[in-house]
Design a binder for this molecule. Sequence first.
Ligand SMILES: [Fe+2]
Ligand SMILES: [Fe+2]
Length: 310
Amino acid sequence: MSNTQSREPRPDASERIPLKARKVSFSWEDTPLHWVPGDPFATHTINVLHLLLPAGERWFVHVYKQVLPYIRDDRLREDVIGFIGQEAMHAQAHDEVLPHLKEQGLDPTPYTAQVDWLFEKMLGDRTLPPGKARKWWLMERVALIAAIEHYTAFLGNWVLNADELDRRGADPTMLDLLRWHGAEEVEHRSVAFELFMHVDGSYRRRARTWATAFTALVFLWQRGARFFMENDPTLIGGKASFKDFYRGGKKGTLPTTPDMIRSIPRYLSCSYHPSHEGSTAQAVAYLASSPAATAAEVATQAPPAPKGAR
Ligand SMILES: [Fe+2]
Ligand SMILES: [Fe+2]
């Protein structure tokens, strides 16, 4: 293990809880195209999640299954297995929104085909010989996931507190999807970073992969928002600009630009630990009241139907 940090990041132990996947499901038939009423830009900027997450989170699962043999700590292994279960469910839930968008005239396939290529080919296993090169590429991807998870936790924390979306009458089913997912991102926010620190922990790698992940996220996000705005059948000459994003942050319908900028030095600080960001208590409280998560809980507790029953 190589760890070039002089100060060990300290986790907040009270923020750690055992992780479990909740088998949620959502019905999209009543969700309007502009589910933030009168605000196609905020709707589509957040909709980019449905384009990136199915392929991205399946890729997390694929990479983490390969890293399991390198974990020498039982508690961390348990956390990684819980993380894998949650991310697989997130990918499926966001994937199920895509046919609904297509029915409303927004076919996401041209964009998702590119995202699939990115995660499956460019960030896939590559044909590397077993040994150093293969391990290097695995560690590089583990570090990339830790950097991306800094942002999924940031967004999860944001959406749990985005009261402006409620005030503007945002669709309750979409809000529940986003907040169930956001709450689980906050719940498991330490896992990717702790895994990276356990199997590698090099500060150089952490900084390098942060730069790659941040640049890729900004690029993919603005492209995705532009794709939706330009292809929205109800808009003429729909556009997406950074100015719109900045304004959305000021209104409270999107994360603010200053908050995003402030999140950068936090991740790069030697004392960074994800447990200092967001609140597990808030995430757990949301999950206890989420319509989808509570329905999933009831379904798992229901006794099996007797044989022959319909
Ligand atoms: Fe997720
Ligand atoms: Fe996550």
